[in-house]
Design a protein around this ligand. Structure first.
Ligand code: SF4
Length: 97
């Protein structure tokens, strides 16, 4: 039996569509680079994410309950609190960061 995301996560955060990409913060960029998910030129290299998906993810955002601000979905996707994404909802562990 699989454990449903609700039991492991604190927040269910709806994903919104945005007109303009929300920039990844400098500190998040550093984290991405150090974990090999971004190259020196700032190009993202996410495992299992096609360029087409990446393009779509850039135009999505969440109102993050932990950082208490709007964050681009890519930053959310690589966040240590990210558990899963199911039909437009991010299941977030909600740990203080
Ligand atoms: S996974 Fe991270 S960025 Fe996304 S909503 Fe949770 S705390 Fe915010």
């Amino acid at each position: 039996m699989s454990i449903s995301p609700e039991t492991k996560t604190k927040y269910e955060v709806p994903i919104k569509q945005v007109e303009k990409t929300i920039k990844i913060t400098d500190s998040a960029k550093q984290e991405l680079k150090s974990s090999g998910m971004m190259d020196d030129k700032g190009k993202l290299k996410l495992k299992g994410v096609s360029p087409k998906m990446l393009k779509r993810m850039k135009l999505e955002s969440v109102d993050c309950p932990v950082f208490e601000k709007e964050i681009g979905f890519i930053q959310c996707y690589v966040c240590s609190n990210f558990h899963s994404r199911i039909s437009g909802i991010v299941y977030c562990k909600g740990d203080p960061l």
